[in-house]
Design a protein around this ligand. Structure first.
Ligand code: CP
Length: 309
């Protein structure tokens, strides 16, 4: 699959060889992502970062990726400073931004905003998170982290804990893990279970999904624990949020019964769901995961804009 000039709206836009190619390129780009060598693959390219929702990792790692490859960025980090405030439509706004740049990286609270942008734009559009729909570049980062930790993306047992209803990172990740034939064990508060629509999307793939109520049982022979934040901003009703807030927390005691090789990932930001006392343990991989967002997004941008792998 050639990625040059293509959109990335959902993780399904990538087939398995394309994902493997991006991950391989990302591994080779780690020294450049660390600032150790200079690449010029995106020299002369201008990439728009249109962030209509808060972000630290996704926006800054995309900006770092583009600039480490010699490209430049146009950035909207505060939607209140755009003409949306004057009543301009999202469609018109996206058309403008797209015409000023060679590619558009979009984060928006509405599920489907990235699809809208891709339909309007004749430049590549990359979904940096749309509502509770998908976050495909987070998934590429997650896969790179799992591969680095486990050596292989195939046949792993991965516990996914937290808000499986509203979590867009999970909705993308589950598809990719199923594509690579992994076993997923889902642990969540009952009101935040995985939507049936996501389950249906992966039914034809090799991976297997089961639910487990008891986290300790789920962790007993797991390779990866993927923890997520409860997505407060997606709840239609604050009372519903308060009912589940703080209902799970990973600390050293939680991990005592797990395998020493268990690695803990989290797309971040975290609130209280992983205690800081876990950070210095060999289990904690979430800060490495956040760093790997840079070489992964470098590899993706090279593939889409630079003509590289
Ligand atoms: N993981 C993630 O999407 O983080 P940000 O919201 O900080 O971009």
């Amino acid at each position: 699959m050639r990625l040059a000039g293509r959109d990335l709206v959902a993780i399904e836009d990538l087939d398995r060889p394309a994902i493997e190619e991006i991950l391989e390129a990302a591994r080779a780009l780690v020294p450049a992502a660390e600032g150790g060598s200079v690449r010029h693959t995106l020299e002369g390219r201008l990439v728009a970062m249109a962030f209509f929702e808060p972000s630290t990792r996704t926006r800054l790692s995309f900006e770092a990726a583009v600039q480490r490859l010699g490209g430049r960025c146009l950035t909207i980090a505060d939607p209140a400073a755009t003409s949306l405030r004057k009543g301009e439509t999202l469609s018109d706004t996206l058309r403008m931004i797209s015409s000023y740049s060679d590619a558009l990286i979009l984060r928006h609270p509405n599920s489907g905003a990235a699809r809208l942008a891709a339909d309007l734009s004749d430049r590549p559009v990359i979904n940096a998170g749309d509502g509770s729909h998908q976050h495909p570049t987070q998934t590429l980062t997650d896969l790179a982290t799992i591969q680095e930790a486990c050596g292989s993306l195939v046949g792993r047992r991965i516990v996914i804990l937290g808000d499986l209803k509203y979590g867009r990172a999970v909705h993308s990740l589950i598809w990719a893990l199923a594509l690579f034939g992994n076993e997923m064990v889902l642990v969540s508060p009952p009101s935040l279970r995985l939507p049936e629509s996501v389950r249906q999307r992966v039914r034809h793939l090799a991976g297997r999904i089961r639910e487990e109520d008891d986290l300790a049982t789920a962790l007993a022979d797991a390779d990866i624990l993927y923890v997520t934040r409860i997505q407060r901003e997606r709840f239609p009703d604050e009372t519903e949020y308060r009912r589940v807030a703080g209902s799970y927390r990973i600390d050293r005691a939680t991990l005592e019964g797990a395998r020493p090789e268990l690695r803990v990932l989290h797309p971040l930001p975290r609130l209280g769901e992983i205690a800081p006392e876990v950070d210095p343990t060999p289990h904690a991989l979430y800060f490495r995961q956040a760093f790997l967002g840079v070489p992964v997004r470098m590899a993706l941008m090279q593939s889409i804009l630079g003509g590289g792998a």
